[in-house]
Structure formats: structure tokens, C-alpha cells
Write a protein that binds this ligand. Sequence first.
Ligand code: S3P
Length: 182
Amino acid sequence: MATPKKLGQNIILVGPMGSGKSTVARIIGKKLGWRVCDLDLLIIEKTGMTIPEIFAEKGEAYFRRLEKELLITVLQGERLVIATGGGAVLDEENRRVMKENGTVVYLRTEIKELCRRLGRGKGRPLLAGGKPEEILTRLAREREAFYREAQITVDTQGLTPEAVAGRVIAAVFQGVAGQKGL
Ligand code: S3P
């Protein structure tokens, strides 16, 4: 395999709920033999609570603090594939540490496709109590600029998770897509 752009560093996946970050991270980890860190799962492990329970009982601010603490901790490691939660990019320091410690990859996905994949949004507290399409559209407006700060964007539309993983690896390792919009 060609020399990685940032040898020994990390691949960090960002994007909205349903963009495939967790699934794609697992595939990339397997292909590269890198460890996979799924931030939502780390939060669940650390608290012994589900994400909806954390939001309901402790509040979103508590969740965001944990998310930030764990992100900064895991980013001290190397050769990790990190699946972030969709809102991790909201925090300016999170965005900075991600860029400083790896290659940030935005998995861009159309809202209609996100809705199809998410269904009624089970396990996603931000989608509870509203129409997923409206909520995802509002979140996209609030977050798209932050996702676009990623060094690489991979369009996931119509691609299998395996194909997306392949594109991410190609972009990170061969420098093919330091150019955005693969
Ligand atoms: C969130 C996305 C979720 C999870 C939490 C909040 C968000 O992760 O972190 O429900 O703010 O978009 P996924 O993007 O993995 O669904």
C-alpha cells in the first residue's frame, strides 16, 4: 500500500446520523488492521447507559462533555479509525484536535438517503418527537459548514459501506482525494 499522507496517524469519520460512520469505520479498521474507536459506543461503555437514557436523564450538555473528553483522549493514540457522533463537529476544539491528530473524512449523504437508512430514528434522541426529514434538514443547515472543514469528502450516495471504505482508504493513502468531492 502507498505511504499514508500522515503516517501513523488516525482516520476520523465525521458526518450526520445515518451517514455510515460506524459501519465504514469497522470495515476500514479490518482492512488496515487499525483499531476502531466508536465514540458513541465508548460513551455507552463508560456510563453504562444508552444514548437516549443519557440525553433524557443527564441532558445533552453532559453527553457533549463526555464526547469531547473521550475524543481528546482517544486522539492521543495512533493508527485508529474513529467514528464520531454526528454532533462532535459542533465544538471548535473538537474540530481542531481532530485535524491536528489525523485525517478527517466527511461522509456526505443526501437527506433522503439518511431518512431511508434511519427509519424512525431508534436510538437517536435528537430525532425523537419530530419528523426525521425536518430535523435532519435543520441539523444539516447548522452543521454542514463544520463537516466541510474535513480534509477529505467522500460522497456515500448509492455506495455500499465496503465501497465507501475503499474510497476513504484510497483518498487517505494515495492522496487521490486531498481534492474534495470524491
Ligand atoms: C448525534 C448523533 C449520534 C449520537 C447522538 C447525537 C448528533 O451519533 O452521538 O445521538 O448530535 O447528531 P451518530 O451520528 O453515530 O448517529
